[in-house]
Write a protein of this length. Structure first.
Length: 365
């Protein structure tokens, strides 16, 4: 990189050199999101806001093939890249830089894209599409917000858009709360990838498969999706840890479906809230990471350190749920050494902080 910088500075201005080096850096970062990152263009903020390509491919399947779709507040085209494979698209953004990058990024897609620099309010009256997707700007005030009313466009514009065409998708922050008028008509879906909940989508009109319900979806590195749909905030049994512990996917937690998935698979929570689940039978589901328990004990660093030493466990994964324990601080305190591998899960059970020594399971285990 140093040699490249020197070479660029010989032939280009400082500003152009900076732009080229920044694109090289952003393309490296974008590899986690986009397969063709090496030929795409970004800005730092727009890359952060862009939908992961695998998530976008999953979302695009809700839109009927061949239908004309509007991608409003399209940014650099994270969703647009896959929507235009389904049918002709209208891309709208008031930021001319974002729209230019979206147009360039989509030029290799082979899809039909019409670009328009405009506010959403200005295109609504003439909007002639079968469905729309919108990603309201959550940083319009300069700081990130998860509140729908502070995004741009805000609730009033969204309601006018829905009246114009009720089939649409609103991309939201995972923590965003829709008011009852919108939420009751929508299917709310939380989507995770790489073990983090990335976004919430409010599906409306014909795009809502189960209005009033919540859906949690996990998308793996191959782009394969696993979903669970249920009623949010369902209660479930609470029990002491038994043979297995299950770590709910972040999408399940964000969608408030931990209780519903526990009931569906005859599991219990080890405490109230978004806790680990437990059961006597092994459950294989992509939204539940299973661990087989070897031993459960109260959180006592001296006792834990002695146990790990006796078992020669040094390759240690530490997971924490629902307690004020920092994994890296705990790792320093227990100073585990050895060649054996294990996981310790720290959680609340019956009013006490407990530690389970366990082993991560896979389908081949």
């Amino acid at each position: 990189m140093v040699a490249l910088t020197k070479q660029l500075r010989k032939n280009l201005s400082a500003d152009r050199t900076h732009l080229i080096l920044e694109q090289i850096e952003l393309r490296k970062r974008a590899v986690a999101k986009f397969r063709a990152a090496e030929r795409m263009f970004f800005t730092r903020q727009l890359l952060e806001q862009a939908t992961d390509e695998r998530i976008a491919e999953y979302k695009a399947k809700r839109f009927a093939a061949g239908d004309r779709v509007a991608d409003l507040c399209c940014g650099i085209g994270g969703d647009l890249l896959t929507l235009c494979h389904r049918g002709p698209c209208l891309a709208v953004d008031r930021d001319p830089v974002a729209l230019l990058l979206a147009e360039v990024n989509c030029q290799y897609s082979g899809g039909e894209v019409q670009c328009e620099i405009s506010d959403v309010q200005d295109v609504m009256e003439t909007l002639d599409v079968a469905a729309w997707h919108i990603d309201p700007d959550r940083r319009s005030s300069g700081t990130r917000t998860s509140r729908v009313e502070f995004a741009d466009p805000g609730r009033e514009t969204l309601m006018c858009l829905i009246k114009r065409q009720d089939s649409g998708a609103i991309k939201l922050a995972p923590a965003a709360e829709l008011d009852h008028e919108l939420a009751d008509e929508a299917e709310l879906e939380w989507i995770s990838s790489r073990r983090e909940c990335r976004q919430q989508v409010a599906w409306l009109g014909k795009l809502a498969q189960q209005a009033g319900m919540h859906t949690a979806t996990s998308i793996d590195r191959r782009g394969e999706a696993t979903s669970f749909t249920g009623m949010p905030r369902a209660g479930c049994a609470i029990a002491k840890p038994s043979r297995y512990l299950f770590d709910p996917d972040p999408a399940l937690v964000a969608a408030r479906l931990v209780g519903a998935v526990a009931n569906a698979f005859d599991l219990a929570a080890v405490s109230t809230g978004a806790s680990y689940l437990t059961g006597e039978s092994l459950v294989h589901h992509s939204l539940l990471t299973p661990f087989e328990i070897e031993e459960v004990l109260p959180l006592d660093t001296k006792r834990l350190r002695a146990m790990l030493r006796d078992k020669e466990i040094g390759r240690l994964e530490i997971k924490v749920r629902g307690v004020q324990v920092k994994p890296e601080e705990l790792r320093i305190q227990i100073q585990s050494r050895g060649d054996q591998k294990a996981t310790i899960l720290v959680f609340q059970s019956e009013g006490s902080t407990c530690v389970a020594l366990a082993h991560r399971l896979t389908r081949s285990t």
